[in-house]
Write a protein that binds this ligand. Structure first.
Ligand code: ATR
Length: 498
């Protein structure tokens, strides 16, 4: 099983001791990054006795590392001094010592010998902050030749760099190594170490400076991603988009997978474009993906079987495999509709639950298309209002709805289409939190007002409608509901209760 390693980057050993203590029992290894110590950074010295006591008291095996600035560390002295310091410390009880693969053998020979004779395993490392070396697999193999543990930390400067990295992982199956990609694009490599067959993953304490960009906190790794349980053969799910690392979908989907006791892990993948998506898909073998901005349209050519919703809306947010075929769905439409039907006390699975209802749709942008499709499918008569009336006309034409300009001149028409009013523009959301797109319209109190914005949870429009006695609904439930629809498509099972 791939090990959780905590990077200790405190400015003194008592800080590092604190970090170790706070994760006691929940990590397997720790990397003591001595280059982060103030004493070494400012005075060029380390108290050997203190280090020895630290190693002796540690509850987990330790890696000795003095990282150079060129490799993202803080050590500024000469290589000769650095290696001499390594030699002073290496036999104090460390389990591993990190030595770079470009060291002159005359320089590193003695410390290597000392390490081997003291039972310390050498981690033979390299860091590439610009890309993925062409000979990644060969370099890793070479670095492991003497029984050392090879480590390669690379950078995806574009998401296409995932391909040589994943190809190297394939070539290196069965080879013991540490392989990871730094930064946001490499985020998934911190989580999927079991699948990528990396010996360990590096993590950083939730409090304090991260040891490197992309590090997760050990507890989050375990609680959100079920790191301790992930198996090589688990189905892989995820979200692709840009930006995507802050998405809340991993929290939802992994929570549902865990509650359902299903194998599977859901991870964010930051992609720059979809040009190499087929190869990435081939190498990672996605079972299901949530697709977000800016790929909802661009993913369509990759589908074997787009649903009617995807074809008519022209956007796909759910990519999944079923019986060997790649299916595409738009779960934004049912995700929007279901909470509305629930609130109105209407059956989700009836044929045309909104038959006879007249609704106003505010907005004619990307998000409006899915909403209009859902409303029309459900049997509603819809009026589309938009600032740019040509866009409202075009959208309404496509879906058999009516269109008008978003302004006081449409007040009376809106009063006619007032069973449900749906707000889909960006007005009401930061930086336009104070804006009300229909400030010309006075609510009678009979309308149902649905604003698909989820942040803030209650928009100024919702507040005004509620003050007039209207029932209101915000966008948070839509977000959850579209995720639930995705989960069902991904796993064939409903979201667990509770
Ligand atoms: P999304 O994909 O989130 O729907 P979009 O396609 O850019 O984003 O659509 C934004 C919607 O908000 C449009 O209906 C837009 O109106 P226009 O088509 O006239 O641009 C609407 N919108 C944005 N800012 C607006 C503003 N200040 N006043 C009125 N409508 C606005």
């Amino acid at each position: 099983m791939s090990l959780i390693t905590l990077c200790l980057t405190g400015t003194d050993l008592s800080a590092d001791r604190g970090y170790l203590k706070s994760y006691e029992g929940r990590i397997d290894l720790a990397e003591l990054r001595l280059d982060c110590l103030d004493s070494l950074r400012k005075k060029g010295t380390v108290n050997t006795d203190e280090v020895e006591a630290f190693v002796r008291d540690s509850s987990v095996p330790l890696i000795l590392t003095i990282r150079r600035t060129a490799d993202g560390g803080f050590y500024r002295g000469s290589e000769k001094d650095r290696i001499a310091l390594m030699a002073d410390l290496v036999s104090l009880g460390f389990a591993y010592a990190d030595l770079e693969d470009d060291l002159e053998s005359t320089l590193s020979g003695p410390v290597e010998k000392l390490a081997r004779s003291s039972g310390v395993r050498i981690i033979r490392s390299f860091h590439d902050f610009r890309g993925v070396p062409e000979d990644l697999a060969e370099r890793i193999r070479r670095n492991g030749e003497k029984g050392d543990l090879p480590k390669g930390a690379v950078t995806f400067s574009h998401s296409r760099d995932m391909i040589p990295f994943l190809e190297a992982c394939r070539k290196l199956e069965g080879v013991e190594k540490i392989l990871l990609a730094m930064g946001e694009r490499g985020f998934f490599t911190r989580i999927l170490t079991e699948k990528l067959q990396s010996y360990l993953t590096f993590t950083s304490p939730a409090e304090g400076a991260a040891g490197a960009s992309g590090h997760l906190d050990p507890d989050l790794l375990v609680s959100r991603y079920r790191y301790r349980e992930i198996r090589n053969d688990w189905p892989l799910f995820g979200i692709i988009g840009n930006p995507v690392i802050q998405s809340r979908s991993p929290e939802l989907h992994n929570g549902w997978l865990e509650k359902s006791r299903l194998p599977g892990v859901y991870v964010p993948f930051l992609l720059d474009d979809l040009a190499d998506f087929s190869r990435i898909d081939e190498l990672l073998g996605f079972q299901g993906l949530s697709v977000t901005i800016p790929f909802k349209e661009k993913i369509i050519p990759f589908l074997d079987s787009p649903s009617e919703g995807v074809r008519r809306i022209g956007a796909c947010n759910t990519f999944y495999r079923k019986d060997g075929a790649v299916m595409g769905e738009n779960s934004d439409a049912p995700g929007f509709l279901y909470p509305l039907l629930d609130r109105l006390g209407l059956e989700r699975d009836s044929e045309r639950p909104l038959e006879g209802m007249k609704c106003t749709l505010i907005g004619a942008g990307g998000a409006s298309r899915g909403v209009l499709f859902a409303l029309v499918q459900a049997g509603a008569n819809v009026l589309v209002l938009n600032r740019t009336v040509e866009k409202a006309d075009k959208l309404a034409d496509e879906f058999g709805a009516r269109a008008a300009v978003l302004g006081p001149e449409s007040k009376e028409l809106m009063r006619e289409y007032n069973h449900v009013i749906v707000q889909t523009t960006s007005m009401g959301m930061a930086p336009m939190e104070e804006r009300d797109p229909v400030d010309f319209y006075h609510f009678s109190g009979e309308e149902f007002l649905y604003d698909i914005i989820y942040k803030p949870a209650e928009t100024v429009l919702m507040k005004r409608a509620a003050r007039s006695g209207c029932r209101t609904l915000g966008g948070w439930e839509m977000l959850r509901e579209q995720g639930k629809v995705q989960f069902e498509l991904f796993t064939g099972l409903p979201v667990p209760k509770g």
